[in-house]
Design a protein around this ligand. Sequence first.
Ligand code: PNS
Length: 167
Amino acid sequence: MKNNTVIFPGSFDPFTNGHVNLVQRALSLFDHVRIAVVSKGRKHTLFSLEERINLAEQACACFGQAVIVEGFSGLLVDYARSCKCRAILRGLRAISDFDYETQMALINKRLYPELETVYLAAREDNLFVSSSVVREIGLNGGPIEQFVPSSIAEELHKGFLLRQGTC
Ligand code: PNS
């Protein structure tokens, strides 16, 4: 790889075991992963930008300085240009992810032709793990431990408790 940093963008509402696994595997291809937490994406988020950044930082603390977490707003291509980065990482779970991901990669490529999107297939045991599933279980008081890193499970529980009945 010529460029040693990949941007991993997303809502991360919240960070899951699936995200951690993608970061870990990306680090065998790239020297650094820059987790870019969107401030306001297409979706309304349950957790604030600051909370999502903190959770991602705690979840990835084990990777040390190889991973940095930061918020961004506006277009992803502008953020990528500002970091002088030309690679985007996305995970693919099911075929249903494919339409949206292809559209995003093609639009980003039009806007920034030097930008490449790298996809990693989700590990088999994470195929059904998503932030939305974690939110639904958490908001209903269910067990989230098997879907999120242990380092953030307790904080997430508190976050869900505060929000139960509000969404
Ligand atoms: O985890 P998500 O919600 O699927 O991540 C989507 C994200 C944040 C990668 C995407 O919405 C994004 O890049 N937003 C920034 C705005 C942008 O650049 N949009 C044009 C790409 S279609």
